[in-house]
Design a protein around this ligand. Sequence first.
Ligand code: NAD
Length: 557
Amino acid sequence: MALACDYRLAVEGASLGFPEVMLGLHPGLGGTFRAPRLINPVDAMTLMLTGKSVNARRARALGLVDAVTQERHVANAVRAAARGDVNRSRRPFYAAALDSAWVRPLIARRMIVNTEKKVDRKHYPSPYQLIDLWQHHAGDVARAREEEIQSFARLVTSKTGQNLIRVFFLREALKKAEGENNGGGIGHVHVVGAGTMGGDIAGWCALSGFRVTLSDMDPAMIAGAVKRARQLCRRKHRSDIATRDILDRLIPDTSGSGVTRADLIIEAVPEKIDIKRSVYREIEERMKAGAILATNTSSIPLETLRSEVREPARFLGLHFFNPVARMQLVELVSHDGTDAGVRDRARAFVAAIDRLPVPVRSAPGFLVNRVLTPYLLEAMLLLDEGMAPETLDRAAVDFGMPMGPIELADQVGLDICLDVAEMLRDNLGGDIPEVPAWVRDKVEKGDTGRKSGRGFYAWSDDGPRKNEAATPPKGTVDRLVLPLLNTCVACLREEVVADPDALDAAVIFGTGFAPFRGGPLHYARERGVDDIVGALEKLAEEHGPRFAPDKGWQQLR
Ligand code: NAD
């Protein structure tokens, strides 16, 4: 709509962009040809191809808007534009050359090469169709309009389009959880532990408008967290003034005095039962009535932790994922004594900080780590059988995962993977394969993955160093993905999560599970439950009972 107008005015602080590509689409209603005609076509295409947004000032510099104004001056700015007193942005003089029929194919070629590095045409056709529209039809508006309609219609009715739209609605459903609850009545958050997780949770809450006190035994950790919060503000296009306000809200609290005023306390100290319990003993005496106590534990059952909690009804888990600013999911973990009102308030709080809350029951590994572990362990067993890590990763990426399991394990940290796998094995027994001894040796040697510079791969600032991947042998994807699906079905049967849609959403937003497949259970249904059960039975014959189909498949038939 805005592109079809004579003037475009942006309010300071606005973000502008074309997010359609995230839904497997491209802009419609003329967007695909209006944007490249308005500004430098390469900038317009980059915005549409990446779905990334720019702040109002950058939009002004690009020529996407004619003026940036403060909210209180909007009426005046509109009047000035109507009088013709606002200078229109001009398209740069060289833009016409970039848009000429001679140059477009050359630029389009580069765009295709760059897009191929990021997404597979087979799974995500929309950026390729967008490039095609610009390359072949940018010179003829009437034709461009016709072709855009055709192309858009193909995308919106395709399986990928439908599944991505499904994912969009799954996300909306989780967000709606907030309802009228207004942030759960929470104004002040206190975070204990300013490490990787606590520091970033505190920064994220401050960015989202909450007053936050952050405590740690080590003041240097708090200082590091504040520095990261400043970087986060920059990445999120916050102005200097907004950044100052956000950092004002993030209060270093070496003495832990924020506990007495906080409505919500999030504990993010190391994953050790004794440390966590002693923190609860210390803070619970000082917590105000009605305040919520949450833990970010990723593996300790809440039933174990609550034994030292005086008021278990107000105790629950808020399991954020790493990195906090990128991972949208938060598992909202209840034990059988968590008060339902407390859970609802915590859920509203998570939605208010623009994360996606999925309620789960306190069970070993909760949901996401439980379903990821068999997938990661199977990858390690395949390495043991001699498959190259690059080949394995390629199999998963070809399926649609954002990265392969070996790279993911390195990213998460092999020490963390090992801890979670052992905890699951202790709690769930033989269903979880044993971690190969050489992986344990790696961790003992300190080769814990990306954070130490070496894990399965050697890491530098540019990412993991990888060799060329061979074509994965047939059946590799099933060996990796079916244990994950099988565990999803077990979690549903055990009511770790309430319904299949919440499960699909959690696994997509918590693990990156190929979004265009609409979620693991949706994929299973589309492929056919009988087909999957048959494949699992065959794998069980070949490789052992860890592949035995879960009883829960019966209910999905
Ligand atoms: P971390 O080691 O980076 O940070 C822990 C911080 O707690 C340190 O800064 C330490 O100084 C501080 N601390 C220790 N004892 C304390 C005490 N008694 N009082 C106050 N502060 C104290 O750990 P992390 O990786 O941030 O993990 C924290 C929690 O989050 C753990 O329960 C972990 O399982 C969970 N978690 C971690 C990840 C991850 O990827 N790192 C992901 C999800 C959840």
